[in-house]
Design a protein around this ligand. Sequence first.
Ligand code: AGP
Length: 608
Amino acid sequence: MCGIVGYIGKKQAAPIILDGLAKLEYRGYDSAGMAIYDGEKINIKKSVGRLNVLENLTHGGETMPGVLGIGHTRWATHGAPSDENSHPHFNKDETIAVVHNGIIENYLPLKKKMMDKGYEFRSETDTEVLAHLLDYYYKGNPLEAITKVLHRVEGSYALGIMFAEHPDEIFAVRKDSPLIVGQNDDGCFIASDVPAVLKYTRTVTYVENQEIVRLRDDHMHFYTVDEEEIQKTPVTIDWDANAAEKGGYEHFMLKEMYEQPKTVNDTISPRIKENDIVIEELNMSDEDILAVKKIHIVACGSAYHTGVTAKYVIEGLARIPVEVDVASEFRYRNPILEEGALVVVISQSGETADTLAALRESQARGFKVLGIVNVVGSSIAREADNVMYTWAGPEIAVATTKAYSAQLVALYLLAMKFGKVRGKISDAEFKEMLNDLKCLPDQIELLLGNKERIQRFANRYVGAKDVFFIGRGIDYAISMEGSLKLKEISYIHSEAYAAGELKHGTISLIEEGTLVAAVSTQPALFQKTISNMVEVKARGAFVLAVTCEGNKEIEKAADYVIYIPETNPYFANSLAIIPLQLFGYYVAVGKGCDVDKPRNLAKSVTVE
Ligand code: AGP
Protein backbone atom coordinates (compact mmCIF):
# COMPACT_ATOMS: atom_id res chain seq x y z
CA MET A 1 0.00 0.00 0.00
CA CYS A 2 1.37 3.46 -0.81
CA GLY A 3 2.38 6.00 1.80
CA ILE A 4 1.60 9.72 1.67
CA VAL A 5 3.16 12.50 3.77
CA GLY A 6 2.60 16.25 3.33
CA TYR A 7 3.72 19.29 5.32
CA ILE A 8 3.22 23.03 5.32
CA GLY A 9 4.58 25.29 8.07
CA LYS A 10 7.59 27.10 9.43
CA LYS A 11 10.14 24.27 9.08
CA GLN A 12 11.88 22.85 6.04
CA ALA A 13 9.41 20.37 4.53
CA ALA A 14 11.71 17.81 2.88
CA PRO A 15 13.35 16.36 6.03
CA ILE A 16 9.94 16.11 7.73
CA ILE A 17 8.47 14.33 4.72
CA LEU A 18 11.40 11.90 4.45
CA ASP A 19 11.12 11.13 8.16
CA GLY A 20 7.39 10.54 7.84
CA LEU A 21 7.78 8.28 4.80
CA ALA A 22 10.34 6.24 6.73
CA LYS A 23 7.70 5.58 9.39
CA LEU A 24 5.38 4.31 6.64
CA GLU A 25 7.88 1.94 5.05
CA TYR A 26 6.09 -0.98 6.67
CA ARG A 27 3.26 -0.49 4.19
CA GLY A 28 5.37 -1.96 1.47
CA TYR A 29 6.62 0.05 -1.52
CA ASP A 30 8.92 -0.01 -4.52
CA SER A 31 9.70 3.69 -5.17
CA ALA A 32 9.57 7.10 -3.50
CA GLY A 33 9.37 10.79 -4.40
CA MET A 34 8.79 14.33 -3.16
CA ALA A 35 7.53 17.65 -4.51
CA ILE A 36 8.69 20.78 -2.63
CA TYR A 37 7.86 24.42 -3.40
CA ASP A 38 11.07 26.45 -3.15
CA GLY A 39 9.49 29.92 -3.14
CA GLU A 40 9.33 30.22 -6.91
CA LYS A 41 8.50 26.81 -8.33
CA ILE A 42 7.72 23.18 -7.47
CA ASN A 43 10.78 20.90 -7.49
CA ILE A 44 10.18 17.19 -7.90
CA LYS A 45 12.57 14.35 -7.13
CA LYS A 46 11.50 10.72 -7.39
CA SER A 47 13.10 7.34 -7.98
CA VAL A 48 12.47 3.63 -7.99
CA GLY A 49 13.94 1.76 -5.04
CA ARG A 50 14.03 2.14 -1.27
CA LEU A 51 13.62 5.44 0.52
CA ASN A 52 17.37 5.81 1.00
CA VAL A 53 17.74 6.26 -2.76
CA LEU A 54 15.57 9.40 -2.51
CA GLU A 55 17.40 10.50 0.64
CA ASN A 56 20.75 10.21 -1.15
CA LEU A 57 19.34 11.93 -4.23
CA THR A 58 18.29 14.94 -2.15
CA HIS A 59 21.05 14.84 0.50
CA GLY A 60 18.43 14.17 3.17
CA GLY A 61 16.20 16.83 1.66
CA GLU A 62 18.83 19.60 1.72
CA THR A 63 18.78 20.05 -2.05
CA MET A 64 15.01 20.63 -1.90
CA PRO A 65 14.52 23.78 0.20
CA GLY A 66 11.00 24.94 0.95
CA VAL A 67 8.35 24.94 3.68
CA LEU A 68 5.62 23.07 1.89
CA GLY A 69 5.57 19.80 0.04
CA ILE A 70 4.16 16.34 -0.48
CA GLY A 71 5.90 12.97 -0.52
CA HIS A 72 5.03 9.40 -1.46
CA THR A 73 6.14 5.78 -1.28
CA ARG A 74 4.59 3.77 -4.09
CA TRP A 75 3.36 0.15 -4.13
CA ALA A 76 2.83 -0.47 -7.82
CA THR A 77 -0.65 -1.23 -9.11
CA HIS A 78 -0.73 0.32 -12.62
CA GLY A 79 2.68 0.44 -14.25
CA ALA A 80 5.81 -1.39 -13.15
CA PRO A 81 8.11 0.18 -10.55
CA SER A 82 10.15 2.86 -12.37
CA ASP A 83 11.29 6.48 -11.96
CA GLU A 84 8.60 7.69 -14.38
CA ASN A 85 5.84 5.77 -12.62
CA SER A 86 6.91 7.01 -9.19
CA HIS A 87 4.93 9.77 -7.54
CA PRO A 88 4.49 12.77 -7.38
CA HIS A 89 2.91 13.19 -10.79
CA PHE A 90 2.53 16.63 -12.25
CA ASN A 91 0.98 18.63 -15.06
CA LYS A 92 2.78 19.78 -18.18
CA ASP A 93 4.00 23.08 -16.63
CA GLU A 94 4.93 21.40 -13.34
CA THR A 95 2.72 23.89 -11.52
CA ILE A 96 0.50 21.19 -10.02
CA ALA A 97 1.76 18.07 -8.21
CA VAL A 98 -0.22 15.14 -6.84
CA VAL A 99 0.50 11.97 -4.83
CA HIS A 100 -2.06 9.18 -4.65
CA ASN A 101 -2.82 5.97 -2.79
CA GLY A 102 -5.55 3.83 -4.36
CA ILE A 103 -6.81 3.05 -7.87
CA ILE A 104 -8.55 5.36 -10.34
CA GLU A 105 -10.78 2.72 -11.89
CA ASN A 106 -11.87 4.80 -14.89
CA TYR A 107 -8.45 6.20 -15.67
CA LEU A 108 -8.22 4.69 -19.14
CA PRO A 109 -11.25 6.52 -20.65
CA LEU A 110 -10.18 9.67 -18.83
CA LYS A 111 -6.63 9.29 -20.14
CA LYS A 112 -7.94 8.91 -23.68
CA LYS A 113 -10.06 12.05 -23.32
CA MET A 114 -7.09 14.05 -22.04
CA MET A 115 -4.84 12.78 -24.80
CA ASP A 116 -7.50 13.76 -27.34
CA LYS A 117 -7.25 17.25 -25.82
CA GLY A 118 -3.53 17.24 -26.45
CA TYR A 119 -2.24 16.21 -23.05
CA GLU A 120 0.93 14.13 -23.06
CA PHE A 121 1.47 11.37 -20.53
CA ARG A 122 4.90 10.47 -19.18
CA SER A 123 3.93 7.39 -17.15
CA GLU A 124 1.79 4.24 -17.25
CA THR A 125 0.08 5.09 -14.01
CA ASP A 126 -3.57 5.80 -13.31
CA THR A 127 -2.51 8.66 -11.02
CA GLU A 128 -1.04 10.85 -13.74
CA VAL A 129 -4.51 11.37 -15.17
CA LEU A 130 -5.33 13.31 -11.98
CA ALA A 131 -2.50 15.77 -12.57
CA HIS A 132 -3.72 16.58 -16.08
CA LEU A 133 -7.36 16.73 -15.05
CA LEU A 134 -6.43 19.21 -12.29
CA ASP A 135 -4.53 21.22 -14.90
CA TYR A 136 -7.57 21.16 -17.18
CA TYR A 137 -10.05 22.32 -14.52
CA TYR A 138 -7.77 24.77 -12.70
CA LYS A 139 -8.77 28.34 -13.47
CA GLY A 140 -7.19 29.92 -10.41
CA ASN A 141 -9.28 28.24 -7.70
CA PRO A 142 -7.68 25.00 -6.40
CA LEU A 143 -10.75 23.83 -4.46
CA GLU A 144 -12.97 24.26 -7.48
CA ALA A 145 -10.52 22.34 -9.68
CA ILE A 146 -10.27 19.52 -7.14
CA THR A 147 -14.03 19.11 -6.74
CA LYS A 148 -14.53 19.06 -10.49
CA VAL A 149 -11.96 16.28 -10.83
CA LEU A 150 -13.48 14.28 -7.97
CA HIS A 151 -16.85 14.32 -9.67
CA ARG A 152 -15.27 12.66 -12.69
CA VAL A 153 -13.02 9.98 -11.28
CA GLU A 154 -14.14 6.61 -9.95
CA GLY A 155 -12.23 4.35 -7.62
CA SER A 156 -10.28 4.79 -4.42
CA TYR A 157 -7.92 7.58 -3.53
CA ALA A 158 -6.05 9.34 -0.80
CA LEU A 159 -4.46 12.42 -2.35
CA GLY A 160 -1.93 15.08 -1.49
CA ILE A 161 -2.05 18.01 -3.91
CA MET A 162 -0.15 21.29 -4.28
CA PHE A 163 -0.42 24.25 -6.65
CA ALA A 164 2.56 26.50 -7.45
CA GLU A 165 0.23 29.48 -7.72
CA HIS A 166 -0.97 28.83 -4.15
CA PRO A 167 2.22 28.35 -2.15
CA ASP A 168 0.40 29.03 1.13
CA GLU A 169 -1.63 25.85 1.13
CA ILE A 170 -1.67 22.14 0.34
CA PHE A 171 -4.70 19.89 -0.08
CA ALA A 172 -5.66 16.41 1.10
CA VAL A 173 -8.53 14.35 -0.30
CA ARG A 174 -9.88 10.98 0.75
CA LYS A 175 -12.09 8.28 -0.70
CA ASP A 176 -11.62 4.72 0.57
CA SER A 177 -7.85 4.92 1.06
CA PRO A 178 -6.85 5.98 4.59
CA LEU A 179 -5.69 9.53 5.29
CA ILE A 180 -5.17 11.66 8.39
CA VAL A 181 -4.20 15.27 8.98
CA GLY A 182 -2.52 16.77 12.02
CA GLN A 183 -1.22 20.06 13.38
CA ASN A 184 1.36 21.42 15.80
CA ASP A 185 2.89 24.82 16.48
CA ASP A 186 5.22 24.47 13.50
CA GLY A 187 2.68 23.58 10.87
CA CYS A 188 0.18 21.09 9.46
CA PHE A 189 0.65 17.52 8.26
CA ILE A 190 -0.95 15.01 5.91
CA ALA A 191 -0.23 11.28 6.34
CA SER A 192 -1.56 7.90 5.33
CA ASP A 193 -1.17 6.63 8.89
CA VAL A 194 -0.46 7.85 12.40
CA PRO A 195 3.16 6.65 12.87
CA ALA A 196 4.27 9.21 10.22
CA VAL A 197 3.27 12.19 12.40
CA LEU A 198 3.53 10.85 15.97
CA LYS A 199 6.92 12.51 16.34
CA TYR A 200 5.32 15.91 15.63
CA THR A 201 1.80 15.69 17.00
CA ARG A 202 -0.59 13.35 18.83
CA THR A 203 -3.66 15.28 17.74
CA VAL A 204 -4.93 13.99 14.44
CA THR A 205 -8.13 14.10 12.43
CA TYR A 206 -9.27 11.14 10.34
CA VAL A 207 -10.30 12.34 6.90
CA GLU A 208 -13.56 10.68 5.89
CA ASN A 209 -14.69 9.62 2.45
CA GLN A 210 -15.33 12.45 -0.03
CA GLU A 211 -13.74 15.06 2.22
CA ILE A 212 -11.21 17.68 1.17
CA VAL A 213 -8.80 19.36 3.55
CA ARG A 214 -7.13 22.70 2.87
CA LEU A 215 -4.02 22.94 5.04
CA ARG A 216 -2.22 26.22 5.72
CA ASP A 217 0.76 26.72 7.98
CA ASP A 218 -1.33 27.39 11.08
CA HIS A 219 -4.82 26.04 10.41
CA MET A 220 -6.90 23.56 8.40
CA HIS A 221 -10.32 23.76 6.77
CA PHE A 222 -12.48 20.76 5.84
CA TYR A 223 -14.91 20.61 2.92
CA THR A 224 -17.28 18.22 1.22
CA VAL A 225 -16.88 17.51 -2.49
CA ASP A 226 -19.57 20.16 -2.95
CA GLU A 227 -17.21 22.73 -1.40
CA GLU A 228 -19.35 23.05 1.75
CA GLU A 229 -17.18 23.73 4.76
CA ILE A 230 -17.61 21.21 7.60
CA GLN A 231 -16.31 20.90 11.13
CA LYS A 232 -14.29 17.86 12.20
CA THR A 233 -13.28 16.58 15.62
CA PRO A 234 -9.66 15.62 16.16
CA VAL A 235 -8.65 12.62 18.25
CA THR A 236 -5.67 12.25 20.55
CA ILE A 237 -3.44 9.28 19.84
CA ASP A 238 -2.44 7.67 23.11
CA TRP A 239 -0.04 5.19 21.54
CA ASP A 240 3.37 5.36 23.16
CA ALA A 241 5.82 6.60 20.52
CA ASN A 242 7.81 3.41 21.08
CA ALA A 243 4.76 1.38 20.16
CA ALA A 244 5.62 2.21 16.60
CA GLU A 245 9.24 1.42 17.09
CA LYS A 246 10.84 -1.96 17.71
CA GLY A 247 11.31 -1.56 21.40
CA GLY A 248 14.58 -3.41 21.49
CA TYR A 249 13.50 -6.41 19.45
CA GLU A 250 15.34 -7.29 16.24
CA HIS A 251 12.14 -7.10 14.21
CA PHE A 252 8.69 -5.64 14.62
CA MET A 253 7.36 -9.17 14.09
CA LEU A 254 9.20 -10.56 17.11
CA LYS A 255 8.16 -7.56 19.20
CA GLU A 256 4.57 -8.05 18.17
CA MET A 257 4.68 -11.81 18.90
CA TYR A 258 5.79 -10.92 22.41
CA GLU A 259 2.96 -8.42 22.72
CA GLN A 260 0.40 -11.19 22.22
CA PRO A 261 -0.21 -11.88 25.90
CA LYS A 262 -1.05 -8.20 26.30
CA THR A 263 -3.19 -7.88 23.18
CA VAL A 264 -5.14 -11.01 24.10
CA ASN A 265 -5.68 -9.69 27.60
CA ASP A 266 -6.58 -6.20 26.33
CA THR A 267 -9.17 -7.71 24.00
CA ILE A 268 -10.70 -10.06 26.57
CA SER A 269 -10.65 -8.09 29.84
CA PRO A 270 -12.88 -5.12 28.95
CA ARG A 271 -15.54 -7.58 27.85
CA ILE A 272 -15.67 -9.79 30.93
CA LYS A 273 -17.71 -8.17 33.69
CA GLU A 274 -18.83 -9.99 36.86
CA ASN A 275 -18.20 -13.39 35.29
CA ASP A 276 -20.26 -12.58 32.25
CA ILE A 277 -19.36 -11.52 28.72
CA VAL A 278 -20.50 -8.00 27.88
CA ILE A 279 -19.90 -6.84 24.31
CA GLU A 280 -21.71 -3.50 24.30
CA GLU A 281 -20.38 -2.53 20.88
CA LEU A 282 -22.40 -5.39 19.38
CA ASN A 283 -25.54 -3.31 19.94
CA MET A 284 -27.47 -6.57 19.91
CA SER A 285 -30.11 -7.44 22.48
CA ASP A 286 -30.64 -11.04 23.52
CA GLU A 287 -33.62 -11.06 21.18
CA ASP A 288 -31.39 -9.88 18.33
CA ILE A 289 -28.94 -12.67 19.11
CA LEU A 290 -31.73 -15.25 19.25
CA ALA A 291 -32.95 -14.01 15.86
CA VAL A 292 -29.62 -14.77 14.14
CA LYS A 293 -30.13 -17.78 11.90
CA LYS A 294 -26.77 -17.87 10.10
CA ILE A 295 -23.44 -16.11 10.33
CA HIS A 296 -21.37 -15.28 7.25
CA ILE A 297 -17.72 -14.55 8.04
CA VAL A 298 -15.74 -12.76 5.34
CA ALA A 299 -12.05 -11.85 5.42
CA CYS A 300 -8.66 -12.25 3.72
CA GLY A 301 -5.42 -14.00 4.58
CA SER A 302 -4.79 -14.59 8.24
CA ALA A 303 -8.05 -12.88 9.13
CA TYR A 304 -9.76 -15.51 6.99
CA HIS A 305 -7.96 -18.19 8.97
CA THR A 306 -9.44 -16.85 12.21
CA GLY A 307 -12.79 -17.01 10.45
CA VAL A 308 -12.30 -20.70 9.66
CA THR A 309 -11.50 -21.27 13.34
CA ALA A 310 -14.57 -19.28 14.34
CA LYS A 311 -16.77 -21.55 12.23
CA TYR A 312 -15.85 -24.52 14.44
CA VAL A 313 -16.09 -22.49 17.65
CA ILE A 314 -19.40 -20.73 16.92
CA GLU A 315 -21.07 -23.84 15.50
CA GLY A 316 -19.77 -25.84 18.45
CA LEU A 317 -20.74 -23.39 21.18
CA ALA A 318 -23.76 -21.58 19.79
CA ARG A 319 -25.04 -24.12 17.26
CA ILE A 320 -25.52 -21.39 14.62
CA PRO A 321 -24.58 -22.33 11.03
CA VAL A 322 -21.47 -20.44 9.92
CA GLU A 323 -20.25 -19.91 6.35
CA VAL A 324 -16.73 -18.57 5.80
CA ASP A 325 -15.54 -16.87 2.60
CA VAL A 326 -12.40 -15.18 1.42
CA ALA A 327 -13.59 -11.68 0.63
CA SER A 328 -12.34 -11.68 -2.97
CA GLU A 329 -14.63 -14.66 -3.62
CA PHE A 330 -17.59 -13.48 -1.57
CA ARG A 331 -17.96 -10.19 -3.36
CA TYR A 332 -18.29 -11.81 -6.81
CA ARG A 333 -20.11 -15.06 -6.17
CA ASN A 334 -23.55 -13.53 -5.65
CA PRO A 335 -23.77 -15.03 -2.13
CA ILE A 336 -27.08 -16.19 -0.74
CA LEU A 337 -27.88 -14.00 2.27
CA GLU A 338 -31.19 -14.81 3.85
CA GLU A 339 -33.35 -13.23 6.53
CA GLY A 340 -31.66 -13.68 9.90
CA ALA A 341 -28.14 -13.59 8.44
CA LEU A 342 -25.40 -11.70 10.29
CA VAL A 343 -22.30 -10.79 8.29
CA VAL A 344 -19.02 -10.54 10.19
CA VAL A 345 -15.99 -9.04 8.45
CA ILE A 346 -12.56 -9.41 10.04
CA SER A 347 -9.68 -7.10 9.22
CA GLN A 348 -6.57 -5.91 11.06
CA SER A 349 -6.03 -2.83 8.92
CA GLY A 350 -9.69 -2.12 8.28
CA GLU A 351 -8.63 -1.01 4.78
CA THR A 352 -8.48 -4.29 2.83
CA ALA A 353 -10.28 -3.50 -0.40
CA ASP A 354 -11.90 -6.92 -0.87
CA THR A 355 -13.14 -7.06 2.70
CA LEU A 356 -14.47 -3.49 2.50
CA ALA A 357 -16.25 -4.39 -0.72
CA ALA A 358 -17.81 -7.46 0.93
CA LEU A 359 -19.05 -5.22 3.73
CA ARG A 360 -20.63 -2.82 1.27
CA GLU A 361 -22.16 -5.67 -0.77
CA SER A 362 -23.80 -7.07 2.37
CA GLN A 363 -25.12 -3.69 3.44
CA ALA A 364 -26.40 -2.98 -0.06
CA ARG A 365 -28.50 -6.13 0.34
CA GLY A 366 -29.89 -4.86 3.62
CA PHE A 367 -27.82 -6.94 6.01
CA LYS A 368 -26.10 -5.64 9.10
CA VAL A 369 -22.34 -6.06 9.24
CA LEU A 370 -20.24 -6.51 12.34
CA GLY A 371 -16.63 -5.49 11.86
CA ILE A 372 -13.87 -7.09 13.91
CA VAL A 373 -11.14 -4.55 13.29
CA ASN A 374 -7.84 -3.47 14.80
CA VAL A 375 -7.25 0.01 13.39
CA VAL A 376 -9.46 2.55 15.06
CA GLY A 377 -11.12 4.90 12.62
CA SER A 378 -10.31 2.73 9.58
CA SER A 379 -12.75 2.48 6.69
CA ILE A 380 -14.22 -0.87 7.73
CA ALA A 381 -14.46 0.30 11.33
CA ARG A 382 -16.41 3.36 10.26
CA GLU A 383 -18.64 1.75 7.68
CA ALA A 384 -19.63 -1.40 9.60
CA ASP A 385 -22.95 -1.22 11.43
CA ASN A 386 -21.16 -2.27 14.60
CA VAL A 387 -17.46 -2.64 15.41
CA MET A 388 -15.77 -4.94 17.87
CA TYR A 389 -12.20 -3.67 18.11
CA THR A 390 -9.26 -5.96 18.69
CA TRP A 391 -7.10 -3.84 20.99
CA ALA A 392 -3.78 -4.98 19.51
CA GLY A 393 -2.33 -1.50 18.93
CA PRO A 394 -0.35 -0.66 15.78
CA GLU A 395 0.83 -3.78 14.00
CA ILE A 396 3.81 -2.85 11.84
CA ALA A 397 5.15 -6.21 10.64
CA VAL A 398 3.52 -7.28 7.40
CA ALA A 399 3.01 -10.79 8.81
CA THR A 400 0.29 -10.49 11.40
CA THR A 401 0.67 -12.13 14.80
CA LYS A 402 -0.75 -10.07 17.67
CA ALA A 403 -3.75 -8.88 15.68
CA TYR A 404 -4.44 -12.48 14.60
CA SER A 405 -4.39 -13.61 18.23
CA ALA A 406 -6.65 -10.73 19.24
CA GLN A 407 -9.10 -11.63 16.47
CA LEU A 408 -9.25 -15.21 17.74
CA VAL A 409 -10.21 -14.25 21.28
CA ALA A 410 -12.71 -11.68 20.02
CA LEU A 411 -14.37 -14.49 18.11
CA TYR A 412 -14.31 -16.78 21.16
CA LEU A 413 -16.09 -14.06 23.14
CA LEU A 414 -18.70 -13.71 20.42
CA ALA A 415 -19.25 -17.49 20.28
CA MET A 416 -19.57 -17.77 24.05
CA LYS A 417 -21.93 -14.79 24.23
CA PHE A 418 -24.17 -16.20 21.52
CA GLY A 419 -23.98 -19.71 22.99
CA LYS A 420 -24.95 -18.51 26.46
CA VAL A 421 -27.84 -16.34 25.23
CA ARG A 422 -29.13 -19.22 23.14
CA GLY A 423 -28.92 -21.60 26.11
CA LYS A 424 -26.33 -23.87 24.54
CA ILE A 425 -23.71 -23.46 27.27
CA SER A 426 -24.42 -24.34 30.89
CA ASP A 427 -23.42 -21.94 33.66
CA ALA A 428 -20.75 -24.38 34.84
CA GLU A 429 -19.28 -24.79 31.35
CA PHE A 430 -19.39 -21.02 30.84
CA LYS A 431 -17.56 -20.36 34.09
CA GLU A 432 -14.87 -22.90 33.20
CA MET A 433 -14.46 -21.42 29.74
CA LEU A 434 -14.10 -17.91 31.18
CA ASN A 435 -11.28 -19.24 33.36
CA ASP A 436 -9.66 -20.90 30.36
CA LEU A 437 -9.89 -17.59 28.45
CA LYS A 438 -8.27 -15.67 31.30
CA CYS A 439 -5.40 -18.19 31.37
CA LEU A 440 -4.52 -17.72 27.70
CA PRO A 441 -2.20 -14.68 28.13
CA ASP A 442 0.01 -16.46 30.66
CA GLN A 443 0.01 -19.65 28.59
CA ILE A 444 1.05 -17.68 25.49
CA GLU A 445 3.82 -16.09 27.58
CA LEU A 446 4.96 -19.58 28.58
CA LEU A 447 5.10 -20.76 24.96
CA LEU A 448 7.02 -17.66 23.91
CA GLY A 449 9.59 -18.66 26.50
CA ASN A 450 10.28 -21.69 24.26
CA LYS A 451 11.83 -19.57 21.55
CA GLU A 452 15.39 -20.93 21.80
CA ARG A 453 14.19 -24.52 21.36
CA ILE A 454 12.06 -23.51 18.38
CA GLN A 455 14.94 -21.49 16.92
CA ARG A 456 17.26 -24.51 17.08
CA PHE A 457 14.66 -26.66 15.35
CA ALA A 458 13.96 -23.95 12.75
CA ASN A 459 17.63 -23.65 11.87
CA ARG A 460 17.46 -27.18 10.48
CA TYR A 461 14.93 -26.08 7.87
CA VAL A 462 16.33 -22.86 6.42
CA GLY A 463 17.14 -24.91 3.30
CA ALA A 464 13.77 -26.62 3.06
CA LYS A 465 11.95 -26.57 -0.27
CA ASP A 466 8.48 -27.84 0.73
CA VAL A 467 6.84 -27.92 4.14
CA PHE A 468 3.38 -29.33 4.85
CA PHE A 469 1.06 -28.44 7.71
CA ILE A 470 -1.76 -30.90 8.42
CA GLY A 471 -4.63 -31.04 10.89
CA ARG A 472 -8.30 -31.86 11.34
CA GLY A 473 -11.07 -29.46 12.33
CA ILE A 474 -9.65 -26.46 14.22
CA ASP A 475 -6.20 -28.01 13.72
CA TYR A 476 -6.68 -27.56 9.96
CA ALA A 477 -7.38 -23.85 10.52
CA ILE A 478 -4.25 -23.63 12.68
CA SER A 479 -2.30 -25.37 9.90
CA MET A 480 -3.47 -22.73 7.41
CA GLU A 481 -2.01 -19.95 9.52
CA GLY A 482 1.16 -21.86 10.34
CA SER A 483 1.74 -22.43 6.64
CA LEU A 484 1.08 -18.80 5.70
CA LYS A 485 3.44 -17.51 8.37
CA LEU A 486 6.26 -19.70 7.07
CA LYS A 487 5.82 -18.97 3.36
CA GLU A 488 5.10 -15.23 3.51
CA ILE A 489 8.31 -14.37 5.38
CA SER A 490 10.76 -17.17 4.46
CA TYR A 491 9.59 -17.64 0.84
CA ILE A 492 9.64 -21.44 1.35
CA HIS A 493 6.78 -23.21 -0.39
CA SER A 494 4.29 -24.60 2.10
CA GLU A 495 0.79 -26.03 2.07
CA ALA A 496 -1.83 -26.59 4.73
CA TYR A 497 -3.92 -29.68 4.25
CA ALA A 498 -6.87 -31.28 5.98
CA ALA A 499 -5.03 -34.29 7.41
CA GLY A 500 -7.63 -36.72 6.14
CA GLU A 501 -7.37 -35.31 2.62
CA LEU A 502 -3.62 -35.77 2.10
CA LYS A 503 -4.01 -39.34 0.83
CA HIS A 504 -6.24 -38.13 -2.01
CA GLY A 505 -3.25 -36.98 -4.07
CA THR A 506 -0.92 -34.56 -2.31
CA ILE A 507 0.78 -37.32 -0.30
CA SER A 508 2.61 -38.14 -3.52
CA LEU A 509 4.75 -35.06 -2.85
CA ILE A 510 6.13 -36.44 0.41
CA GLU A 511 9.75 -37.44 0.00
CA GLU A 512 12.57 -38.56 2.30
CA GLY A 513 13.05 -35.81 4.86
CA THR A 514 10.04 -33.68 3.88
CA LEU A 515 8.93 -31.77 6.96
CA VAL A 516 5.30 -32.32 7.89
CA ALA A 517 3.98 -30.32 10.84
CA ALA A 518 1.01 -32.17 12.30
CA VAL A 519 -1.23 -30.07 14.51
CA SER A 520 -3.20 -32.18 16.98
CA THR A 521 -4.98 -30.23 19.70
CA GLN A 522 -8.45 -31.77 19.49
CA PRO A 523 -8.64 -34.80 21.80
CA ALA A 524 -11.53 -36.32 19.87
CA LEU A 525 -9.30 -36.42 16.78
CA PHE A 526 -5.97 -37.42 18.35
CA GLN A 527 -6.05 -40.99 16.98
CA LYS A 528 -7.14 -39.92 13.50
CA THR A 529 -4.28 -37.46 13.25
CA ILE A 530 -1.80 -40.02 14.54
CA SER A 531 -2.88 -42.28 11.66
CA ASN A 532 -2.16 -39.48 9.19
CA MET A 533 1.25 -38.93 10.79
CA VAL A 534 2.05 -42.63 10.36
CA GLU A 535 1.00 -42.37 6.69
CA VAL A 536 3.45 -39.59 5.91
CA LYS A 537 6.24 -41.07 8.05
CA ALA A 538 5.94 -44.30 6.05
CA ARG A 539 6.80 -42.20 2.99
CA GLY A 540 9.88 -40.64 4.50
CA ALA A 541 8.50 -37.49 6.14
CA PHE A 542 10.03 -35.91 9.24
CA VAL A 543 7.02 -35.25 11.47
CA LEU A 544 6.83 -32.29 13.82
CA ALA A 545 3.82 -32.59 16.14
CA VAL A 546 2.19 -29.68 17.95
CA THR A 547 -0.12 -31.15 20.54
CA CYS A 548 -1.54 -30.88 24.05
CA GLU A 549 0.37 -31.74 27.18
CA GLY A 550 -0.60 -35.29 28.16
CA ASN A 551 -0.98 -36.59 24.60
CA LYS A 552 1.96 -38.98 25.02
CA GLU A 553 0.49 -41.36 22.44
CA ILE A 554 1.66 -39.02 19.70
CA GLU A 555 5.32 -39.63 20.49
CA LYS A 556 5.02 -43.02 18.75
CA ALA A 557 4.34 -41.27 15.45
CA ALA A 558 6.23 -37.96 15.76
CA ASP A 559 9.94 -37.27 15.31
CA TYR A 560 9.75 -33.98 17.26
CA VAL A 561 6.98 -32.83 19.61
CA ILE A 562 6.01 -29.37 20.85
CA TYR A 563 3.50 -29.43 23.67
CA ILE A 564 1.03 -26.68 24.44
CA PRO A 565 -0.63 -26.22 27.86
CA GLU A 566 -4.07 -27.63 28.53
CA THR A 567 -6.94 -25.39 27.52
CA ASN A 568 -10.43 -25.67 26.16
CA PRO A 569 -10.07 -27.33 22.72
CA TYR A 570 -12.03 -24.45 21.17
CA PHE A 571 -9.25 -22.06 22.28
CA ALA A 572 -6.32 -24.27 21.19
CA ASN A 573 -5.51 -22.15 18.13
CA SER A 574 -4.41 -19.31 20.41
CA LEU A 575 -1.69 -21.54 21.87
CA ALA A 576 -0.71 -23.87 19.01
CA ILE A 577 -0.08 -20.92 16.68
CA ILE A 578 2.68 -19.53 18.93
CA PRO A 579 5.35 -22.18 18.17
CA LEU A 580 4.33 -22.06 14.51
CA GLN A 581 4.78 -18.26 14.42
CA LEU A 582 8.20 -18.65 16.05
CA PHE A 583 9.11 -21.44 13.62
CA GLY A 584 8.28 -19.33 10.56
CA TYR A 585 10.07 -16.32 12.05
CA TYR A 586 13.30 -18.14 12.86
CA VAL A 587 13.43 -19.94 9.50
CA ALA A 588 13.07 -16.52 7.81
CA VAL A 589 15.72 -14.98 10.07
CA GLY A 590 17.99 -17.96 9.38
CA LYS A 591 17.57 -17.31 5.65
CA GLY A 592 18.34 -13.61 6.11
CA CYS A 593 14.95 -12.56 4.77
CA ASP A 594 13.46 -9.09 5.30
CA VAL A 595 11.13 -10.38 8.00
CA ASP A 596 9.13 -7.20 8.64
CA LYS A 597 8.79 -6.22 4.98
CA PRO A 598 8.67 -9.45 2.93
CA ARG A 599 9.03 -9.14 -0.82
CA ASN A 600 5.88 -8.51 -2.91
CA LEU A 601 3.73 -7.95 0.20
CA ALA A 602 2.09 -4.92 1.77
CA LYS A 603 0.71 -4.51 5.26
CA SER A 604 -2.69 -3.65 3.97
CA VAL A 605 -3.95 -4.55 0.52
CA THR A 606 -6.12 -1.55 -0.30
CA VAL A 607 -6.41 -2.47 -3.97
CA GLU A 608 -8.16 -5.44 -5.57
C1 AGP B 1 -1.06 -11.85 7.30
O1 AGP B 1 0.19 -12.35 7.82
C2 AGP B 1 -0.93 -11.40 5.90
N1 AGP B 1 0.00 -10.34 5.84
C3 AGP B 1 -2.22 -11.11 5.17
O2 AGP B 1 -2.75 -12.36 4.82
C4 AGP B 1 -3.35 -10.34 5.92
O3 AGP B 1 -3.85 -11.13 6.96
C5 AGP B 1 -4.50 -10.07 4.93
O4 AGP B 1 -4.00 -9.25 3.89
C6 AGP B 1 -5.72 -9.38 5.57
O5 AGP B 1 -5.34 -8.12 6.04
P1 AGP B 1 -6.36 -7.34 7.02
O6 AGP B 1 -6.52 -8.21 8.25
O7 AGP B 1 -5.69 -6.04 7.31
O8 AGP B 1 -7.67 -7.19 6.30
